[in-house]
Design a protein around this ligand. Structure first.
Ligand code: GAR
Length: 219
């Protein structure tokens, strides 16, 4: 499976693991330029661990209760030799020391259009704020919480009848697409961090994708 040229990716997850699954599914494609080297969970009963095992990928539970949790986590990741770490529903905040150990090598997916609605329950925060557009963001992790340079975002409308569940499902559909796409772009060397911003090279930018939200029809 390891062609020697593919970017090896470590995934940190805490729960359901549907974003992990999207990455596992992408990595099965022969022309996908990344492979999943290991899945690391802080919860022993995370569904993500089952998904990894089913895909034949090392599935490692690292007990967060013991001493030096992040050192043990980092050692496990380094043992599988990964060039990128993807947080996929990983619900612990990584310390500045951990982030500094893997400079510009840790990315995260978050269910809001950052910098709006960082932290927990991004979808609920968007509904409560009454915004008309929600979405998801893939970004580099820095020392802050959901503050790092933004790589890709996808936007969705918020509809009048939306609940947290319906909005989350609409956003999740895009999460499952922009996360594997981001990893592909990074693996192909097209993502360049420049301070607080990210430049993409070699990609065709569609300038006509805007929409009015909610998608109103004038009667
Ligand atoms: C996803 O919606 C992800 O964006 C979110 O948790 C969910 C995990 O689902 N992450 C955060 O809120 C991080 N702040 P998954 O386990 O099915 O991928």
């Amino acid at each position: 499976m390891n062609s020697g040229k593919k970017l090896r990716v470590a995934i940190l997850a805490s729960g359901r693991g549907s974003n992990l699954q999207a990455l596992l599914d992408a990595a099965v494609e022969p022309d996908y330029p990344a492979e999943i080297g290991g899945v690391f969970c802080d919860k022993s009963d995370a569904q993500a661990l089952e998904r990894a095992k089913k895909a034949g990928v090392p599935a490692v539970w690292v007990d967060p209760a013991g001493e030096n949790y992040e050192d043990r986590l980092a050692a496990e990741i380094e043992a599988v030799g990964c060039g990128l770490i993807c947080c996929a529903g990983y619900m612990k905040i990584l310390s500045p020391a951990f982030v500094a150990r893997f400079p510009d090598k840790i990315i995260n997916i978050h269910p809001s259009l950052l910098p709006s609605f960082p932290g927990f329950h991004g979808q609920r925060q968007a509904l409560r704020a009454g915004v008309r557009v929600a979405g998801c963001t893939v970004h580099f992790i820095d020392e802050g919480v959901d503050t790092g340079p933004i790589i890709l975002q996808a936007a969705v409308p918020i509809l009048p009848e939306d609940t947290e569940e319906t909005l989350s499902a609409r956003i999740l559909w895009f999460e499952h697409r922009i996360y594997p796409l981001t990893v592909r772009l990074i693996a192909e060397g097209l993502v360049h961090r420049e301070g607080t911003r990210v430049r993409l090279s070699g990609v065709d930018i569609n300038h006509e994708g805007g929409f009015i939200s909610p998608p109103v029809k004038i009667l």
